[in-house]
Write a protein that binds this ligand. Structure first.
Ligand SMILES: [Zn+2]
Length: 328
């Protein structure tokens, strides 16, 4: 059984020459369960090197790998093996495989500590970035709320239910009435066609809860950066909790950035489909004013009502229907 990995300092090699320079290194030095002593460290090279695990028949594995492990044998000589070869050739119960498991944990823990130290080194910048992101997210949400509140409750509730269902299409029903005579009597029959007026972008930005939870997460990370300055006097559990939070920093900032982009996409929607989300006349006239503006015509809400009637009449003509009904 090898030396417990946790008590030794694992080496990392990023060039083959560093391994070749070890006094015990021998090229094509066979590694088997019987001669294995311990794991010295791991390697990652730009080029591939062949694996020295000995097969039952005596030949070497020979698979080329650019990352794997450096092992010391009982005779103090040194050899290399590919990343997954110990499991493939010796099995999960072997000392080599178990040591590699421990070494992998030690490697990950070291990388984690290095990453953490790097993050902490930039603590001041991160605190500022988090502060900025919290403020930007708040402003972005305010933009959505001001827009939705500015139109009205029916419009808001329709947009919210579209966001929940994930269905971004705005559909209207065109009604066509056929008049005919049967047995001398006048009769009529309605037929309905569906028409997609447009599709809304950035609906994923509507859910308010994500703004709340992201902001809370960012605040927690900010506090963790502040707390980390005093880690010397903190318990191990608390230290690892602080570390866990700080490690989330980049991914949380990225999510905040994505949400801001989503908000921008939502606020950038064409207002034309908005005219067909609710029957409420006052709310419709507000979005119609916006849609009219987008089409290049400035004017009052009264002006916009007439504009919408004319646009709708044109749409009816295009669809060959008599009237348009809002599809909910
Ligand atoms: Zn191998």
């Amino acid at each position: 059984m090898g030396t417990p990995i946790t008590t030794i300092e694992l080496l990392s090699f990023d060039g083959f020459d560093q391994i070749a320079a070890l006094p015990g290194y021998r090229p094509d030095n066979p590694l088997c369960q019987e001669n294995y002593h311990k794991i010295l460290g791991w390697y990652r090279f730009p080029e591939k090197r062949t694996c020295c695990v000995q097969r039952p028949g005596g030949t070497l594995c020979g698979t080329p790998h650019n990352h794997g492990w450096v092992a010391e044998l009982k005779d103090a000589s040194v050899t290399i093996l590919g990343a997954d070869c110990a499991n493939d050739k010796f099995g999960a119960d072997s000392a080599v495989f178990k040591d590699i498991g421990l070494a992998l944990n030690a490697k990950r823990e070291r990388e984690r500590q290095q990453k953490l130290a790097h993050l902490l080194g930039q603590g001041v910048e991160y605190e500022q970035r988090l502060r900025d992101a919290i403020a930007q997210l708040k402003a972005a949400r305010r933009g959505i709320d001001e827009f939705l509140d500015g139109v009205g409750a029916n419009f808001r509730s329709r947009i919210e239910s579209m966001a929940k269902s994930g269905n971004a299409s705005v559909v209207v029903e065109g009604i066509k009435t056929r008049h005919y005579k049967e047995n001398g009597k006048r009769k009529q029959e309605n037929s309905v066609i569906k028409h997609v007026v447009g599709s809304l972008h950035g609906l994923a930005a509507i859910d308010r809860q994500q703004f709340v939870s992201l902001t809370v997460e960012m605040q927690h990370i900010r506090v963790a950066f502040i707390d980390a300055k005093a880690t010397g006097s903190l318990s191990r559990t608390l230290r690892s909790e602080i570390a866990r939070r700080i490690e989330q920093c980049d991914s949380v900032l990225m999510r905040a950035g994505q949400l801001e982009i989503m908000v921008a996409r939502f606020l950038d929607n064409s207002a034309w489909p908005y005219c067909f989300l609710t029957d409420d006349r006052s709310e419709r006239s507000k979005v119609a004013k916006l849609a009219m503006k987008h089409s290049g015509v400035e004017g009052s809400r009264e002006h916009a009502k007439t504009w919408l009637l004319l646009e709708e009449a044109e749409l009816c003509q295009q669809l060959g229907v008599e009237r348009i009904r809002i599809d909910r």
